[in-house]
Design a protein around this ligand. Structure first.
Ligand code: TXA
Ligand code: MG
Length: 315
């Protein structure tokens, strides 16, 4: 099988309804979608990704009302986040209803839910009467795809259709918030800044760090996002890049672009850096370098999620 690449949301919806696997553009990264209520489709998602079955999937639908139907005992603060930040790069982990297959949640009694904002996946979701389970459309452990070509390169022979929605606007996976014990905890830093969550709730929230990661949120596995070469993280890269060792910078204060120099954002813009991050990591892997020196970005806004991905990629 070789995936067809197209731009027709109706065809994507039709194929999903038949139980096929369809890669879908979201504002964060491309997802590998399947009908979440069809165990055969869900198990196909795990197989195509080589994903271990203990790592649960996120369900997607087009509105808060439609997606929250798969949760119960919804805390007031979860509703406030949904109202303020959906559609958008936020995933809420909530107690699940029994109609969600065990396979989707890896047997957990909670389920991860999201309303994405990309117009094409929204058109697909509006046309189907089930939630779409969609992990990032990369083989397990690798960098997430932000273009249809990235998906085709890595999974093109394992899925039926790739809906091409251009380059993902955010470029980082969604921020995941759980409510174990009732209080919000950020389980994965991502495309919604922690500051935005705190300003909606009017209070500070706990953020789970790299070292506190546990198998209940396997996206938090320390060595995820493998770029295939060794990365050294620094505050400021002193040396210029070479054919052996690339340099990735942020902002233009620290010297400018030679041939083996990459810059996440010359303007020093964290949103632009987020958008470029996974594409630059892929270029390093394709560029024949043995290693790379990478500058950390400021630890605020999307910078916290960028640094988190860099730390995982350097492990
Ligand atoms: O931006 C995104 O979230 C993208 C797009 C496609 O929506 N999806 C994505 O999915 O990043 P994935 O499967 O690569 O990451 C989902 C993460 C995993 O780390 C998983 O462990 C966690 O969500 N997760 C899912 N259900 C969970 C649950 N019930 N409790 C805790 N973590 C959960
Ligand atoms: Mg992923």
């Amino acid at each position: 099988m070789r995936a067809i690449i197209g731009t027709d949301p109706e065809e994507a919806a039709r194929r999903l309804a038949m139980g096929q696997l369809v890669a879908l553009p979201t504002e964060t990264v491309y997802g590998l979608g399947g009908n979440a209520l069809n165990p055969r489709a869900v198990s196909g998602v795990f197989t195509a990704k080589n994903r271990p079955s203990f790592d649960p999937l996120i369900l997607h639908q087009s509105s808060s009302e439609r997606i929250l139907a798969y949760a119960q005992q919804i805390p007031h603060e979860a509703r406030r986040l949904a109202e303020a930040l959906w559609p958008g790069p936020l995933t809420l982990v909530l107690p699940r209803v029994s109609s969600v297959p065990d396979l989707v949640t890896a047997g957990l009694d909670t389920v991860a839910l999201r309303v994405p904002s990309h117009p094409l996946i929204r058109e697909v979701l509006e046309r189907v009467d089930f939630p779409v389970a969609a992990p990032s459309a990369n083989p397990f452990g690798f960098v997430s795809p932000v273009t249809a070509a990235h998906v085709a390169d890595q999974l093109g022979d394992r899925i039926d259709y790739i809906l091409d929605g251009g380059t993902c606007r955010v470029g980082l996976e969604s921020t995941i918030v759980g409510f174990a014990g009732g209080a919000p905890t950020v389980l994965r830093k991502g495309g919604t800044a922690v500051e935005d969550i705190e300003s909606v709730l009017g209070r500070s929230v706990e953020v789970r760090t790299l070292s506190s990661s546990r198998p209940t949120a396997p996206g938090m596995l320390v060595s995820h996002y493998s770029p295939g070469i060794a990365l050294t993280l620094v505050e400021v890269a002193a040396e210029a890049g070479t054919a052996e060792r690339a340099v990735v910078r942020f902002g233009d204060a620290n010297g400018a672009g030679g041939q083996h120099e990459y810059n996440l954002s010359v303007a020093g813009d964290l949103e632009e850096a987020a958008r470029n991050l996974f594409t630059v990591l892929r270029r390093l892997a394709a560029g024949g370098y043995r290693s790379a020196t990478v500058e950390l970005v400021p630890e605020r806004g999307l910078g916290r999620a960028i640094n988190d991905r860099l730390r995982r990629a350097s492990n």
